[in-house]
Design a protein around this ligand. Structure first.
Ligand code: PHE
Length: 354
C-alpha cells in the first residue's frame, strides 16, 4: 500500500515545496491521531515508521531525487516529522501500558483485602449517648455549657464558701486569675455550672440534663485523670421531693445497668444540695470474697435554697433536685476496663474493639 501523496511526489512532483506541504499534512494527521490500544499503536507504527512501506521511510527515500541544494532542508523536515511520529507512538505505548485492555482479566476468585478498617465510636461517646438517650425518653431536655467557666458559675452561685477546698489550686485548673475572684476563669471542675446557666436563661419548671467534659488538677493514675465526663441532672418545679429524685434515678439505673440493679444511698455533702446523697451500685465480682463491692456512681441532693436565690428563683414556691453522674466509672465497669488512661490514649487497638 502506497499513500497517494508519496506516490505523486515520488512519480512526478519531486520538489521541496511539495514535500513541505506533505509534511505539514502528515504532521497534522499525527497530531490528531487517537491511539487507545496496542493494536492501534502498531497500525500507526506500520503506517508511518514501518521499515519498508512506512510513509516517512518512503519520503526519506525520495531525497536523492531532489535538487542537491534542497536535500539538507528536506532531511531536516523529515527528521522532525519522524521524531514527532516516534514520540506520539511512545506516548501511546506508555498510556496503553498503564490501562491496557489487553491485561489479563481480574481474578474474581482472589480473597478480599483484609486490612480495611472501619471507624468506630469512642466507648465514652457510646456511654454518653446511652445515658442521654435514657433521660431524653424520660422527658429531660439536653443542655450544654462552656468548658471554660468563671469562678461565679462554677463555685459562688453554687453556694461554695469563699475558702472551700475545691477552689484550691490543687483541684482547679485556673486559666486567668482575673481582678477579682468572681471574674477569674477556670476549666469547669464539674457540670453543675450548667444548672446555673440554665436557671438564669429560663423560667421554672426545669427538667434537663447536661453531659460534658470536666477538668481537675489531679495526679494521673489508673483511676484518675485530669479530664473526665459527667452528666448533670436538674429538675425544678413546685412540689418536687427527694422521692422524685430516687424514682428517676432508679428508673435510669434499671435502663442502664439492667432490671436487677442493686442501689444504695449514702448521705453526703455538697454545698449546692441539702440534703445530699451519694449513690452506690452493687457490682458483682465473682472472685471477690464478698461476691462484689459497692461503687459510687453519682452525687445528688435537693437544690440548696441559696442556689435558687443566686439565680433569682423563688425558693418558697419551687424546689428541685440535682445529680451529677460520672461517665468513665460506669463505662469501665461495663467494658471491664482497668485503667482510665486508656480512654485518652487513642490507641487504635483499644478503640477498634467498640
Ligand atoms: N457536682 C458534683 C461533683 O462533681 C456532683 C453533684 C451534682 C452533686 C449535682 C449533687 C448535685 O462531684
Amino acid at each position: 500500500m502506497q499513500d497517494w501523496r508519496v506516490f505523486l511526489f515520488d512519480e512526478m512532483d519531486t520538489n521541496l515545496e511539495t514535500l513541505r506541504s506533505i509534511v505539514t499534512d502528515l504532521t497534522q494527521e499525527i497530531a490528531s491521531v487517537q491511539l487507545s490500544s496496542t493494536s492501534e499503536a502498531e497500525e500507526f507504527r506500520i503506517k508511518f515508521l514501518g521499515q519498508k512501506r512506512g510513509l516517512i521511510t518512503q519520503l526519506f527515500k525520495t531525497i536523492p531525487n531532489l535538487p542537491k541544494e534542497d536535500r539538507r532542508d528536506a532531511g531536516q523536515l523529515l527528521n522532525a516529522l519522524r521524531k514527532k511520529a516516534q514520540s506520539t507512538l511512545d506516548a501511546a505505548k506508555e498510556q496503553t501500558r498503564s490501562h491496557s485492555t489487553d491485561l489479563p482479566e481480574i481474578d474474581l476468585t482472589l480473597p478480599g483485602r483484609q486490612n480495611q478498617w472501619r471507624g468506630s465510636r469512642h466507648p465514652i461517646t457510646l456511654a454518653l449517648e446511652k445515658i442521654t438517650d435514657i433521660f431524653h425518653r424520660m422527658g429531660f431536655r439536653i443542655a450544654k455549657g462552656p468548658e471554660i467557666e468563671d469562678d461565679w458559675h462554677n463555685f459562688t452561685a453554687l453556694n461554695f464558701p469563699e475558702d472551700h477546698p475545691a477552689r484550691d489550686m490543687q483541684d482547679t485548673l485556673f486559666i486567668d486569675e482575673g481582678d477579682q475572684q468572681k471574674s477569674r476563669t477556670l476549666m469547669r471542675t464539674h457540670t453543675s455550672p450548667v444548672q446555673i446557666r440554665m436557671m438564669i436563661a429560663g423560667k421554672p419548671p426545669f427538667r434537663m440534663i447536661a453531659p460534658g467534659r470536666v477538668y481537675r488538677n489531679e495526679t494521673i493514675t489508673y483511676k484518675s485523670y485530669c479530664l473526665f465526663h459527667q452528666v448533670e441532672g436538674l429538675v425544678i418545679d413546685e412540689g418536687i421531693t427527694m422521692s422524685d429524685l430516687k424514682t428517676t434515678i432508679y428508673s435510669f439505673a434499671c435502663a442502664f445497668f439492667g432490671e436487677d440493679v442493686k442501689l444504695r444511698y449514702r448521705s453526703s455533702f455538697f454545698p449546692f444540695t441539702e440534703p445530699s446523697a451519694e449513690l452506690d451500685i452493687w457490682w458483682e465480682i465473682p472472685e471477690h470474697p464478698d461476691g462484689g463491692r459497692w461503687m459510687e456512681i453519682l452525687g445528688s441532693g435537693m437544690v440548696h435554697p441559696n442556689v435558687l436565690k443566686a439565680v433569682g428563683i423563688d425558693s418558697e414556691r419551687y424546689t428541685g433536685y440535682a445529680f451529677g453522674m460520672g461517665v468513665e466509672r460506669p463505662a469501665m465497669l461495663h467494658y471491664d476496663i482497668k485503667d482510665i488512661r486508656i480512654f485518652y490514649e487513642n490507641d487504635v487497638r483499644f478503640l477498634a474493639q467498640f
